[in-house]
Design a protein around this ligand. Structure first.
Ligand SMILES: [Zn+2]
Length: 260
């Protein structure tokens, strides 16, 4: 049997982008849903481009916030380039929705009847290298005795299933709320912000990958942060949130770093 052609071709972006790889901050930013690319071979998954542009395709605005925050903190940031509809890099591989056949009412033709080989290509060429790059960064820091504070950057749609969501942002966690609750208190102290405590989502082993695997298993202080998309659609909002987060994370940092 001849080996199958790779999924990613010459014109497709690499799955992983690393910003400020030599950044000196203990903060490590990851963005599982930063991008909305679809490998050319998958022909936009059979969707009109407008569907890939909405929240089902990616976390609108979060790449811009993450890049700006990395800059302000001098922090390394690892971003994933492909649409969550190709493969969701924050879902366990056996979870429903790993390559969703329907998302927020939209049928995804390119995900109907995926066979094992097609699935495996998405795992091997997108999911695996992205998480391997995060693992490598965490290993490198551990070997150098460098502390890491992990922030998983996400954004959420302002309304879902016809219901408006009141929160400006939310902190998400599962087994370890240390950093999440500290950031929650800091965000609420800003005034004028509605901040969700495990809202609009929460982290679980069944629905999440990055925090359970990279944060909890390694015992790193961590938080999954969600920002409402209408607040960070444009450069001004992205700047404002990066400024705010850099200030608050900088203030929290000493409480989570034990210097020998
Ligand atoms: Zn997300």
């Amino acid at each position: 049997m001849t080996p199958a052609a790779p999924l990613l071709g010459a014109g497709d972006p690499p799955p992983v982008t690393v910003l400020r790889p030599a950044g000196r901050s203990p903060w490590l930013l990851i963005a599982d849903h930063a991008g909305q690319a679809v490998p050319a071979r998958l022909r936009d998954l059979g969707l009109p481009r407008a569907e890939l542009d909405r929240h089902i395709g990616w976390d609108i605005g979060i790449a811009g916030v993450t890049a700006r925050l990395a800059e302000r903190l001098d922090a390394c940031a690892i971003l994933q380039a492909y649409s969550r509809l190709v493969i969701d890099c924050n879902r366990p591989l056996d979870a429903p929705g790993s390559s969703a056949a329907i998302s927020d009412g939209t049928m995804v033709p390119g995900n109907a009847d995926l066979d094992a080989r097609q699935r495996r290509q998405r795992v091997e060429e997108i999911f695996a290298p992205y998480h391997a790059r995060i693992e490598a960064e965490l290993d490198r820091r551990a070997a150098a005795d460098r502390p890491t504070l992990l922030v998983a950057m996400h954004s959420f749609t302002p309304s879902m299933d016809g219901r408006a969501r009141p929160w400006h942002a939310g902190v998400l966690y599962q087994r370890d709320a240390r950093l999440a609750h500290a950031l929650l208190a800091a965000l609420r102290a800003e005034g004028g912000l509605e901040v969700g405590d495990n809202e609009p989502y929460s982290v679980s082993d069944a629905t999440d990958y990055a925090i359970p695997v990279h944060g909890e298993r390694r015992g790193l202080a961590h938080v999954e942060l969600e920002i409402r998309q209408d607040l960070i659609e444009g450069a001004d909002g992205q700047d404002a949130w990066a400024e705010r987060l850099a200030r608050l994370l900088g203030r929290l940092q000493p409480d989570f770093i034990t210097t020998p």
